[in-house]
Design a protein around this ligand. Structure first.
Ligand code: NDP
Length: 286
């Protein structure tokens, strides 16, 4: 089969790598700091130049680390952060964003996400996000952990259609979004950003890496089972996947996984081994 492109287009025409870099838990362990920064910078060099963080991660420590990692290369990075639901309205939203910008040592985010749905009315969050855009502090906004009913509610709002993505849990061992949410997002041209695409190196769902089918496909591609899991999440062109890797070796493998094209037969075998649920299940999250 032909190699797929390792990039995709947002509906607004922005070109993004299909594989980016997560940073949850980065910056928590001082002894790993240098290695984590090196890994993120290497990733940018290798073209996986979308970096995902959040004000929540390590109470700002992840953003501080990312800020350090992107020093001098800010313009090469598509920078994503997230606001706590309890901060996602009015002045608190503006302040949260400004504090994230300070920690990230930058003047704008490329994408700002509502981390999950809370009690603040969606209208208020959307208004605030639009205000942040007009102030030049963010280029676009989106949501995270929204199930289909939340998405439908969001798109009923006048500016709800500006939502650039929904970042949700998606890996070979958790395919619930494929029943309704993913097809719905596809029909509304809202790309999925897949988090925990490696099922946290298998620990969220036992048996995926060990599966005979995954192992066989991995050896056919001279790849690791985790690279196959990652390539699988981005097999369609409207999914972005953000694995977290804190070593050079893992970053190199993840960047390379963006160039693995699974054949129809391989995808079919994976469907058989890890079927889509037969009915709608609540959105999986962590
Ligand atoms: P992942 O599925 O990305 O798994 C991360 C684990 O996989 C780490 O232990 C990492 O080890 C290991 N790993 C990475 N690459 C490889 C490789 N090539 N071979 C072997 N092991 C590898 O889990 P996360 O939960 O971190 O999800 C990714 C990102 O998604 C987060 O970091 C965060 O940015 C985002 N996220 C968002 C959520 C939300 O609510 N919006 C919720 C959860 C995650 P090592 O670090 O040692 O390289």
């Amino acid at each position: 089969t032909m190699n797929q492109s390792n990039r995709m287009l947002l509906p607004d025409g922005t070109s993004l790598p299909r594989i980016g870099q997560g940073t949850w838990n980065m910056g928590d362990d001082a002894s790993r700091r240098e290695e984590e920064i090196t890994a993120l910078r290497l990733g940018v060099e290798l073209g996986i130049n979308l970096i995902d963080t959040a004000e929540m991660y390590g109470d700002g420590r992840s953003e501080l680390l990312v800020g350090e990692a992107i020093t001098g290369i800010r313009d090469q990075v598509f920078l994503v952060s997230k606001v706590y639901p309890q901060n996602a309205g009015n002045e608190r939203l503006i302040r949260s964003c400004e504090e994230s910008l300070k920690r990230l040592n930058t003047d704008h985010l490329d994408l700002y996400l509502l981390h999950w749905r809370g009690d603040i009315p969606l209208e208020e969050t959307v208004l605030g996000m639009e205000k942040l855009i007009s102030q030049g502090k963010i280029a676009r906004w989106g949501v995270s952990n929204f199930d289909i009913d939340d998405m439908k509610e969001l798109l009923k709002l006048a500016e709800g259609t500006h939502c650039a993505t929904n970042q949700i849990l998606y890996h070979l061992g958790s395919r619930g979004i494929e029943t309704e949410l993913l097809p719905w997002q596809r029909s509304h041209k809202i790309p999925v950003m897949a988090y925990s695409p490696l099922a946290q190196a298998g620990s969220l769902r036992k048996g995926v890496i060990e599966s005979e089918v995954v192992q066989e496909i991995a050896s056919a591609h001279q790849a690791t089972p985790l690279q196959i899991m990652l390539a699988w999440t981005v097999r369609e062109e409207d999914v972005i996947s953000i694995p977290k890797a804190s070593s050079r070796k893992h970053v190199i493998e993840n960047a390379a996984a963006g160039l693995i094209t699974l054949s129809k037969d391989e995808i079919w075998k994976l469907d058989e081994a890890f079927p889509i649920p037969s009915w709608k299940v609540p959105l999986d999250m962590i």
